[in-house]
Structures are given as structure tokens and as C-alpha cells.
Design a binder for this molecule. Structure first.
Ligand SMILES: NC(=O)c1ccc[n+]([C@@H]2O[C@H](COP(=O)([O-])OP(=O)(O)OC[C@H]3O[C@@H](n4cnc5c(N)ncnc54)[C@H](OP(=O)(O)O)[C@@H]3O)[C@@H](O)[C@H]2O)c1
Length: 192
């Protein structure tokens, strides 16, 4: 069974964007970026990969899930297919057609869609965000990879917008960078 991994940048106080949806509080420079490019190259959007000559094969994920508002961040300036090297899914009830030829629209229950994807073979499934979709998919999340940035913002879009059932996590790995970013990888502890 493939895993669903919520890999996301967060402030130290648990927000993935400021109240207006901006994410420029996250460091765009620093030694953590080389690590991300090396370890999770598939999580970098196509323009960034092109600008930095990144063409590494997918390491952890071959599929990405985006809430419509996360997709719209790039969509607003014409980036309708941000991760063409992955199978891309956008969850939305308001969109009536797929926003790009290589992006699939999921209008039905995201949980059912994820369960179908998990049953397929391949690399892992990356939940890109945002907080609302993470809440909807909460029970399906197997791993969290938090890119904790050294900043607090006090308010904004939380990691789980709409709440999450309390679940214990096991810290699997951690990296601390000169930039102050910490990458924490957690596995969700299941009762089985
Ligand atoms: N820090 C990071 O690494 C990171 C990563 C990703 C995103 N972000 C930020 O997160 C923000 C967006 O997060 P968000 O929480 O506002 O929104 P989101 O989770 O990206 O998208 C919410 C939308 O997903 C769709 N959706 C939610 N539940 C659904 C369901 N049960 N069935 C079908 N569709 C469903 C709906 O689209 P419709 O309204 O079309 O129905 C809903 O409006 C952006 O500001 C972005 O910058 C940050």
C-alpha cells in the first residue's frame, strides 16, 4: 500500500501561509534548499527546477494532490501544471473541468480518491496542501514532513484548517540547517 505524505513548509507556530495566503515568510535561500533539491526534487515546481537545472528523477513521490486553493496559487499567474513530472490531482467541487491536460480533477470524495491511489503500485503520494485538504484527508495521512521555518506569524492558514483528530507521531528523522530551517519527518502511529 502506498503512503500518503503531507510534506509542507510551516512557520514555527504551525501556519502554512499568512492570513492573505502569502508564503513569502518561508526562506527562499539557504542550505536547506540544496537538501530539498537533492532529497525531494519532485516537490519543486517546474519553473524552479528549470531555473536551477534540476532534472533528477522522482525519489519519493510520483503523485501529487492539491486542494483547489493551493493549485490556484500558481494557476493565478498561468502555472496551471506546476508539477508536470508527477501525476497531478486537484480536489475541487467548484471547478467543472481539469485546469490542464496533465492535471486530473477530483470532484468526488477526496478520501475515496486517495484510497484508490494508495491501492495502486508506484512511489508515494505527496499531499502538497493546503490546510483544508489536509483536514479532509487527515485520517489517510501516513507521514508528515514538516519544513519548519524560523519565523512566527501569529495567524494564518494552519497545517490542518478545520482541525485534526489527535494522533501520536513517531519522529523518523530530522535535519537542522544553518538557515534555521528544520526538516522533521514523522510517521503517524496507528493503533493496529
Ligand atoms: N507552506 C506550504 O508548503 C504550502 C503548501 C501548499 C499550500 N500552501 C498555502 O495554502 C493555502 C491554501 O490552503 P487552503 O487550506 O486555503 O486551501 P486548499 O486546501 O489548498 O484548498 C481548499 C479547496 O479544496 C477543495 N476541497 C476541499 N475539501 C474538498 C472536498 N471534500 N471535496 C472536494 N474538494 C474539496 C475546495 O475547492 P473548491 O472551493 O473549488 O470546491 C476547497 O476550497 C495557499 O495560501 C497556499 O499558499 C502552503
Amino acid at each position: 500500500m502506498r503512503l500518503l505524505t503531507y510534506l509542507v513548509a510551516t512557520t514555527a507556530d504551525g501556519f502554512i501561509a499568512t492570513p492573505d495566503g502569502a508564503f513569502d515568510v518561508f526562506l527562499q535561500q539557504g542550505d536547506h534548499l540544496a537538501h530539498l533539491a537533492e532529497t525531494y526534487p519532485e516537490t519543486l515546481p517546474a519553473p524552479f527546477r528549470e531555473a536551477h537545472g534540476i532534472s533528477a528523477p522522482d525519489r519519493h513521490f510520483d503523485t501529487v494532490l492539491m486542494g483547489r486553493k493551493t493549485w490556484a496559487v500558481g494557476g493565478a499567474f498561468g502555472l496551471t501544471s506546476p508539477y508536470p513530472h508527477l501525476r497531478q490531482y486537484v480536489m475541487s467541487r467548484s471547478l467543472t473541468s481539469a485546469p490542464a491536460s496533465d492535471v486530473e480533477l477530483v470532484r468526488g470524495d477526496p478520501v475515496e480518491a486517495v484510497r484508490r491511489l494508495k491501492a495502486e503500485t508506484g512511489l508515494g503520494i505527496w499531499l502538497c496542501g493546503g490546510g483544508e485538504l489536509a483536514s479532509v484527508l487527515g485520517e489517510e495521512i501516513d507521514e508528515l514532513i514538516l519544513k519548519v521555518n524560523p519565523v512566527v506569524v501569529g495567524a494564518g492558514i494552519p497545517l490542518f484548517r478545520g482541525g485534526a483528530r489527535p494522533r501520536a507521531l513517531r519522529l523518523v528523522s530530522h535535519q537542522v540547517f544553518e538557515s534555521g530551517v528544520c526538516i522533521l519527518r514523522y510517521r503517524v502511529q496507528r493503533a493496529e
